[in-house]
Ligand binder design. Structure first.
Ligand SMILES: [Zn+2]
Length: 301
């Protein structure tokens, strides 16, 4: 009798242990975080830089990497939410506040694909510097061979702007003017759609790009606008804003930054259109969650 009781408690404890260990070790990325059925957009607080993490299903994307000194912040942010793999890294343009940490990111994480414009269009010292930095990191660590990281052009094999899926969410590059003399206007402009929900990522594109997009009748409408150029007065015309007609505007900018971003005129335009504004300088990290219809916002502050 005693023996069988002991045996029973032993089996009971063993079962609990097996259950616990199984759960600890089988926690995959999708278990730790996120519901398969939602899209997450994380505006990571990287001061006067930009970095957006997108998660859908079992796929991840990072749009821009922030200044070089924010690499650690981004890697920690990702690690805290259980992510060590980036399926697509998009570098909108090679200014240091967008591409500075690309070396750190590609070195620390398993980055599968990297998308950026053809380097033959780089004209400024800054673009060439950050691109060389990035290239050297890849070459010195032999990443293309070791991690099978692929470099993708923003164009597909049919010379059309690239589209692909991040989980069930469709990512489309909708505008790119690589030959523009203004580096900001060379930004990869993209739209991410998930069922009935969409977000427009402007990079640092300015008024000229907005006008060209409207003139070309590109569908810019979206539920969320990642405002161009950190809310600078050189972006976000009222006409463009009305065409996008978003519910929320995302602005990544540093506390009391020396550029005065976001500009009061942009904030006034957003307010006049009753658009809700989310800013990293005021709200810290911001997470947008959508089931494809409704939008939920989580703010750090
Ligand atoms: Zn920028």
């Amino acid at each position: 009798m005693r023996k069988s009781k002991k045996m029973k408690s032993f089996l009971f404890i063993a079962l609990i242990l097996i259950f616990l260990f199984h759960n600890i070790f089988s926690l995959s990325f999708s278990d730790v975080l996120h519901e398969e059925s939602t899209l997450e957009i994380h505006m990571i607080n990287v001061g006067q830089s930009e970095s957006f993490l997108i998660i859908q299903g079992n796929n991840t994307m990072l749009i821009d990497t922030g200044e070089i000194f924010y690499g650690k912040t981004i890697v920690k942010y990702l690690s805290d939410i259980g992510i060590d793999r980036i399926d697509y890294l998009v570098i909108t343009h090679f200014h240091r506040d967008h591409a500075g940490s690309a070396c750190r990111i590609i070195n620390s994480l398993n980055v599968r694909n990297v998308i950026y414009m053809d380097p033959k269009y780089f004209t400024t010292v800054q673009e060439k510097f950050w691109y060389t930095n990035f290239q050297l990191t890849i070459a010195l660590n032999n990443l293309l061979k070791i991690r099978h990281t692929k470099i993708l052009s923003p164009y597909d094999e049919n010379h059309s702007l690239r589209k692909f899926f991040v989980g069930e969410a469709k990512f489309e590059i909708i505008f790119l003017d690589e030959q523009n003399e203004n580096v900001n206007d060379k930004s990869i402009v993209s739209k991410l759609s998930f069922r009935d929900f969409s977000i427009l990522f402007m990079g640092d594109a300015e008024l000229e790009v907005e006008k060209e997009m409207l003139d070309s009748k590109i569908d810019v409408s979206a539920d969320i606008l990642k405002v161009g150029h950190h809310g600078s007065s050189t972006s976000t015309s009222l006409k463009f804003l009305k065409a996008v007609n978003p519910e929320y505007a995302l602005i990544s900018c540093g506390v009391n930054n020396r550029y005065g971003h976001p500009h009061i005129s942009v904030l006034k335009k957003l307010e006049s259109q009753k658009i809700k504004i989310l800013r990293t300088d005021l709200n810290g990290n911001v997470v947008i969650i959508s089931d494809g219809k409704n939008v939920e916002v989580e703010k750090e502050k």
